[in-house]
Write a protein that binds this ligand. Structure first.
Ligand SMILES: Nc1ncnc2c1ncn2[C@@H]1O[C@H](COP(=O)(O)OP(=O)(O)OP(=O)(O)O)[C@@H](O)[C@H]1O
Ligand SMILES: [Mg+2]
Length: 415
């Protein structure tokens, strides 16, 4: 059923005049007419379909976002209108249609809600979305300053659930960054909504390549190595972006920054990530979490956003909340500088593999396997102690490594 829906969607997307959101992708002949439209914001009061423009809110390179109202009901909406000179470009119009199609399918409390779509008389396509009265997460961070660990994990949790919903439909966002997350004030905190599926892609079959059907797209500061290199894009590309954002949330800065795009690309491709704990009050396990997202090879990152989320939540879980008896193993990478060493992560991976094998041999069920922490559930304290002793022996070599900090703990159920 879902597969059928995806196939139909894919077919619609590649057929010029049948975009699901009612777009018409221009034929070469109509380009000139659209080019003649002035590339300046629409004036307040302009009618756009069922809506009336109130004011331009944001003028991006590709689109202008307006606050508008549905004339019949007064409902406020955000209208994102493709710039006229780009509306004449078939690839851009298709990209915009993909954004509308993705949003139309995504109904999630942390994703901006789709209201409708259409085209101006001159041919420029627009997308109507719920109006979010707030500011983007980048501006929010500048105003508040870096977030605490629990606050950052709360934001990441909501964004992960949004991304998981998109990934479940085969939609990869590809441009997750603070500027594409809107915050809506709530008491003294805020809710988040993931926006701008402008370069999102529908995965077909085995995945997709960054450069296969379009120019390589993204924002240099936030591009994963495979986006820079035109490699295969999948959910782990969004996991990389989550790692960048996680670091930014607690430090106020992106991990890889430089004065020009080529240098930034080089950092993404070759540099070890800096440690957030060197400048922010977060534990080394947070560095490990980010570093795992930022592995250059997608295969070495968290396999999906849920695995990332489990690891992030494990950073907060107090032992007292544990209702059953567990053996918990945490493997942290130590480091002397302010960067994380890739080889140390390979050692950590090997150690966690040993832990999994031991637990499997003992018949203990893994309740957490986050890539940093493995937690196995056992029947009682005796079993826990036996498994812990076995793990201590098996992890002797890892314990000797100067680069690793290995902790085996027994957590007994509260009586
Ligand atoms: N639903 C909305 N409600 C209120 N403001 C919005 C909404 N959507 C977007 N905006 C405002 O417009 C800005 C730009 O939106 P968006 O990121 O979708 O477009 P863009 O970056 O210009 O697009 P693209 O990258 O596709 O060119 C946001 O940072 C926000 O300030
Ligand atoms: Mg944007």
């Amino acid at each position: 059923m879902l597969q059928n829906a995806l196939t139909r969607q894919g077919a619609a997307l590649s057929t010029p005049n049948s975009h699901p959101a009612g777009f018409t992708v221009p034929s070469p002949g109509c380009a000139k007419r659209i080019m003649m439209a002035a590339d300046r914001p629409l004036a307040p009061g302009t009618r756009v379909g069922a809506f009336e423009i109130e004011e331009a809110r944001s003028e991006g390179g590709f689109a202008i976002v307006y606050r508008a109202r549905r004339v019949a009901t007064g409902e406020p909406v955000a209208l994102k209108v493709l710039r006229p000179h780009l509306a004449a470009t078939r690839s851009m119009a298709q990209r915009f249609a993909r954004e509308a199609a993705a949003l139309q399918r995504l109904k999630h409390p942390h994703i901006v809600r789709y209201v409708g779509a259409g085209a101006l008389a001159g041919g420029q396509p627009y997308i109507a979305m719920e109006w979010l009265e707030g500011r983007d997460l980048g501006v929010e961070l500048e105003r508040r300053g870096p977030l605490g660990l629990a606050e950052a994990v709360a934001v990441l949790t909501d964004l992960c659930s949004a991304l998981a919903a998109a990934h479940a439909l085969g939609i990869i966002h590809r441009d997750l960054k603070a500027a594409n997350v809107m915050t809506v004030p709530r008491h003294d905190w805020f809710d988040v909504r993931l926006c701008d599926f402008g370069i999102a892609k529908q995965r077909d079959g085995e995945g997709m390549s960054a450069g296969s059907s379009s120019a390589i797209m993204g924002t240099p500061l936030n591009m994963a190595p495979e986006q820079i290199l035109g490699g295969r894009i999948d959910a782990r590309t969004d996991v990389y972006a989550l790692g960048l954002l996680a670091h930014q949330l607690v430090t106020g800065r992106l991990p890889f920054d430089a004065s020009n795009p080529a240098e930034i690309e080089d950092l993404h491709l070759n540099a070890p990530p800096p440690r957030a704990s060197a400048v922010a009050p977060v534990p080394p396990a947070f560095d490990a979490l980010v570093a795992r997202c930022l592995r250059k090879a997608a295969g070495e990152r968290f396999a999906d956003v849920k695995a990332f989320m489990a690891a992030a939540s494990a950073l907060l879980a107090p032992a007292s909340e544990i209702a059953a008896t567990h053996v918990r193993v945490e493997v942290q990478v130590r480091g002397t500088g302010d960067a994380v060493d890739d080889a140390a992560f390979d050692q950590a991976d090997a150690a966690l593999e040993v832990v999994r094998a031991c637990c499997a041999a003992a018949g203990a069920e893994l309740v957490v396997d986050s890539g940093l922490v493995v937690m196995a559930s056992v029947r009682d304290a005796d079993e826990a102690r036996a498994l812990a002793a076995r793990l201590e022996r098996a992890l002797e070599e890892a314990r000797r490594s100067a680069q690793l900090l290995v902790q085996v703990t027994v957590e007994l159920a509260s009586p």
